[in-house]
Design a protein around this ligand. Sequence first.
Ligand SMILES: Nc1ncnc2c1ncn2[C@@H]1O[C@H](COP(=O)(O)OP(=O)(O)OP(=O)(O)O)[C@@H](O)[C@H]1O
Ligand SMILES: [Mg+2]
Length: 451
Amino acid sequence: MNHAHVLIVDDESLVRWSLKERLGEQGYDVTEAETAADALGQPFADLDLVLLDFKLPDGDGLDVLRQIKERSPETLVIMMTGYSTVESAVEAMKRGAYHYINKPFNLDEVMLLVEKALETSQLRREVRALRSGQGKDFGLASIIGESEAMRTAKALMARVAASPASTVLLTGETGTGKDLAAKAIHFNSGRAGRQFVNITCSALPEQLLESELFGHERGAFTDARQQKRGLFETADGGTLFLDEIGEMTLPLQSKLLRFLEDKAFKRVGGLSDVRVDVRVIAATNRDLEAEVTAGRFREDLFYRLQVMPIPLPPLRARHGDVPLLAAFFIDRFNAEFRKKVRGLSPAAIQMLEHYAWPGNVRELRNAIERAMLLADGDRLEASDLTTLTRTVSPVQFKLPPEGVNIEDVERQLLAQALERSKGNQTHAAQLLGINRDQVRYRIEKFGLPKP
Ligand SMILES: Nc1ncnc2c1ncn2[C@@H]1O[C@H](COP(=O)(O)OP(=O)(O)OP(=O)(O)O)[C@@H](O)[C@H]1O
Ligand SMILES: [Mg+2]
């Protein structure tokens, strides 16, 4: 399982591109940054590895290394250098780099090094999880929210956790806490002592996903030199979290349905049934019912998952939770960044309360994280909430005397946002204060070229 998150920091796009291609092929989650500022603006909490150039347009790689290590001591850093000097390499290792490589590099060697580094990081995480009492961080209490909708959701999670096996469907927009909920259910259940296995269905092509999930027999296909156990077997006794279930292809949906009904499946290329005891938690930010109507999702599987649906409400539908969440993240980042921020200024609170939160809790967390990095004083000011200003600033658009065609304005703004974000729909969505599905919908509606 390769769901490690890797950040590539280099100003040469070719270097970023070739690394990203290769890491992406291996199933890693990859983020890119061009500059030191770009790199330091990233949330570091779930970053496993950074590939970091020594020389950046706006600063020194060594300095970035120091800051990464300060904020997230467990994140591993491999330095990349074009003109290696022994001194700089030694200095990098002293400051906590895991390793360094010379440019131009051999991609195979880089990949080996990355794999080794990530094994180390995985081990460290496991040790830490054991020390802190496995899953202690995933109690239901760590899910913040006192709104009616959140209380209902948490009560459902508690009930499901206590029941031995039922399948769960978590629905909700991006950033509403589906991952968090899945972990909370697992770690509060009798399955907590066994594995929690997590896979994003959209991350792999169909055949790879099938063999990843169900395993394969030796000789099942050209590369299958040995028998391999799939994630269903790894998760025996525990929980399998199938994220973005809406992206699963129809044949795999059938295979999943068979498992949910019979608790059995066949490995790819296998003849006999394998039986395991696994709770499946599925998640999606799509409207599965609409997918059923469109013929992309099996109706029988939909009803099987609908037995225990837990919807997670968008943040804009529970504005009362915003101050609670903000306080929670301030505490967390105080500890992480060793700061002593005590709260928000009235103007900043007002800003949070009037914002639409298209990225939901994740966006709020990121906004607070960034604000905490910027803040000098002991409270966060409206001016520290840089990611939100655009959308909450007072109306700047003046209706011209002759009026406008609002659809036309919308189409033009969308086109401009896509251009500015270089076709990145998530980024375009942020610029417009809507979510990515809404961007997709409008691209279709206006017949804009698909990025
Ligand atoms: N109620 C909550 N209380 C505390 N933290 C939360 C809550 N909801 C979400 N978060 C935090 O917000 C971030 C995003 O949540 P998560 O990854 O669970 O969202 P998601 O629904 O899985 O999003 P996506 O559909 O994009 O995968 C995480 O850092 C998570 O810990
Ligand atoms: Mg998720």
